[in-house]
Design a protein around this ligand. Structure first.
Ligand SMILES: N[C@@H](CC(=O)c1ccccc1NC=O)C(=O)O
Ligand SMILES: [Zn+2]
Ligand SMILES: [Zn+2]
Length: 206
């Protein structure tokens, strides 16, 4: 079984949204202290590293993490490469036959240095949501920290996807991933009420 890990390693200093909660893992109790076990403590923002957005992240009426359909995050997926584009809209996907594809992951390679949060990267144009819905796509994954640029307040990309039933997976690590068909597993944690969740995301070639 050959799994390709497309998850960002979680460690102190992992690049996060400017001003957001820094990731930390510490041992809350050591084996010496308890006499039996090490016990860890993790502090993280829900938008750290490789993660999914629940609609509640940008819509107060939207689904929260525990309400999401898990089948979105497990199953066949198509990976395509779209390099050197400032943004991606319907026009950029016209050359692909996406018939039967429910999960689409786009490798942009536009986040060059994963050790720092990028000021700019390939983002999603507002006409993409309806195009993906017409193709039957329910999940869009990207190798950038957000489908909208960091200074966006309207979050047109997020809303366009959400309005058309397309769920969002962000921050995947795809430098080694070729175009093709895979099985994706990227399950959120069952955090009640949450706006997003870290995932361990893997691909398996099919
Ligand atoms: N929309 C971004 C996250 C985001 O906007 C954000 C994440 C953490 C802290 C602040 C954020 N945005 C605005 O203040 C995302 O989808 O991950
Ligand atoms: Zn997010
Ligand atoms: Zn997002």
């Amino acid at each position: 079984m050959c799994l390709i890990d497309i998850s960002e390693p979680l460690r102190a200093g992992v690049a996060g949204w400017p001003g957001d909660t820094p990731f930390s893992f510490t041992l809350n109790w050591t084996k010496e202290e308890t006499g039996s076990v090490n016990v860890g403590k993790v502090i993280f923002s829900t938008h750290t590293g490789t993660h999914i957005d629940a609609p509640f992240h940008f819509d107060n009426e939207g689904q929260k993490v525990h309400e999401l359909d898990l089948s979105l995050y497990v199953g066949p997926c198509r990976v395509i490469h779209l390099f050197d584009l400032p943004s991606i809209g319907a026009h950029d996907l016209a050359k692909y036959n996406l018939a039967g594809v429910e999960r689409l992951i786009i490798r942009t390679d536009s986040w060059k240095d994963r050790s720092v949060f990028p000021t700019s990267f390939t983002y999603i144009r507002p006409d993409l949501g309806s195009y993906l819905q017409k193709q039957g796509i329910r999940l869009l994954g990207l190798d950038v920290p957000s489908v909208d640029l960091p200074d966006s307040k309207e979050l047109l990309g997020h809303h366009s996807l959400h309005q058309h039933g397309v769920h969002i997976l962000e921050g995947t690590v795809l430098y080694q991933v070729e175009e093709g068909d895979y099985e994706l597993i990227a399950l959120p944690l069952p955090i009640e009420g949450a706006d997003g969740s870290l995932v361990r995301a893997v691909l398996r070639k099919i």
